[in-house]
Design a protein. Structure first.
Length: 107
């Protein structure tokens, strides 16, 4: 019975820590670049695009397709960094908990 109560207490503590983590992720920002830094996209920890920086040399007529591709690539790079940061924070949060192998959080 003590094990169940202890497990429930751990689950409640983890839930509070997950809430804190989600709030801190909303404040975090990650940037991704493409084209050798010619396009940079910054995302919040929740994946919302915060800014796009474009090198003026790309703003030439006929360069639209290149610019579009670079924006997508920069966005994907920033998104990957956000996901890596989330995974790292989740690993820190769940360190020492008796979770089954392969179980991912948040559920």
């Amino acid at each position: 019975m003590k094990d169940i109560l202890g497990l429930m207490k751990q689950a409640k503590e983890m839930q509070a820590k997950m809430q804190e983590m989600q709030e801190s992720l909303g404040e975090m920002e990650q940037s991704g670049s493409a084209g050798g830094g010619m396009v940079t996209v910054t995302l919040s920890g929740k994946g919302q695009m915060k800014s796009v920086e474009i090198d003026p040399s790309l703003l030439k007529e006929g360069e639209g397709d290149i610019l579009e591709d670079l924006i997508v690539a920069a966005h994907n790079a920033a998104k990957e960094k956000v996901e890596e940061a989330m995974a790292e924070k989740t690993r820190e949060l769940t360190a020492g908990l008796p979770l089954p192998p392969g179980m991912k959080l948040p559920f």
